[in-house]
Ligand binder design. Sequence first.
Ligand code: FAD
Length: 388
Amino acid sequence: MAKHETKDKKVTVVGAGLVGTLEACFLAKRGYQVHLYEYRPDIRTLEHVPGRSINLAMSVRGRTGLKAVGLEDHVIKNHGIPMHSRMIHNTDGTTRAIPYNKDGQCIYSVGRRFVNEVLLNRAEEFPNLTIHFSHKLTSCRLQDGQASFLNTETGEEVNRKADVLIGCDGAYSNVRRAMMRQPFFNYNQTYIPHGYMELCIPATPEGEFVMPANYLHIWPRGQFMMIALPNQDCSWTVTLFMPFPIFESLTTQDQLLSFFQTNYPDAISLIGRDRLVKDFFANRALPMISVKCSPYHVGSTALLMGDAAHAMVPFYGQGMNCGMEDCVVLDELLEEYSDDLATVLPAYSAKRSPDAQAIVDLALYNYIEMRDLVNSRKFLFRKKLDDL
Ligand code: FAD
């Protein structure tokens, strides 16, 4: 197949999160003229970045994506904390480790902000890649790659036409919303009746981990669970997952402490009684959504990637990993079809959508595995999604 020139092709990527920034790097590396638009200001200039999960589990899918743009070593070797096993915390305070596999393979705990900043730094190294922060996509015309943005600092409207518009604008994607008006675009979203809240186990006064570091700690409790992933500063990000009615029933300090005393007694001293009360009532439980759709493309001019295409509940630890794998798969198809976008985009939908939908389902199943069946694997295949 004849090679299609990339240097004159313009791409607009919407969303400079983990997937959009990586995809922008992949395309810039192939020679495209890339413009990356992000709603938020540059997170590298912010003291506090609001948003989801402070840290994430990175697996081989994510690492492969980072490796292709020369960042795997920087993120994994210099920053990632290996987690070789799950550490199960029982209500009587005892713990036991369950390795992920026999070969010592592991996943890595990485900071969301760190990974996003490293990707932005890399993106800025490409002369053919421009990042526009504080630009919110307000509308788009998918058939001709046209997008309009509001510059949230100046109030100015910015219009950009590209050969292809790629929506990496997350679970509540505006690009996907535009796609929903296309004939034969199928879409399904599901909220689970459980929410999540992040808490923190601090480092010791000496600046060390209070629990063994190289584990993903899990407190499985049947209908709900708590997990903790290690951070670089020796603190732990703790995530409490449970049905919203349970969150809503804990309205006083006594109710909260009694709930923890019954279900997570060891966590009270790990988090600290006062901090637990302060953080729990300062936070609110957030919802979790699954999204399935297909196809991911419109003609040769628009494409969805990352959570915009396949948001999933976080229990399989694969949302970011799968989104980074999207970038690898698209790159392979661009290579295979010599950057012929009219061939590549439909091929991407056909290849990627069934795989991503399977991972969305696995993520739901893994909630049952983690919160319940980590203790009794024999039930794994008996339970149904209805149990959620
Ligand atoms: P996002 O990270 O949502 O980025 C989208 C970007 O688009 C954002 O920067 C946003 O500001 C921007 N944007 C949105 N709308 C607009 C607009 N209109 N105009 C311009 N820009 C816009 N995944 C894992 O692999 N491992 C884990 O351990 C893991 N843990 C998780 C824990 C929790 C509690 C949650 C909620 C998720 C977890 N995930 C995990 C999933 C992971 O967070 C997502 O899959 C990942 O962030 C998806 O990246 P993305 O770039 O597609 O979307």
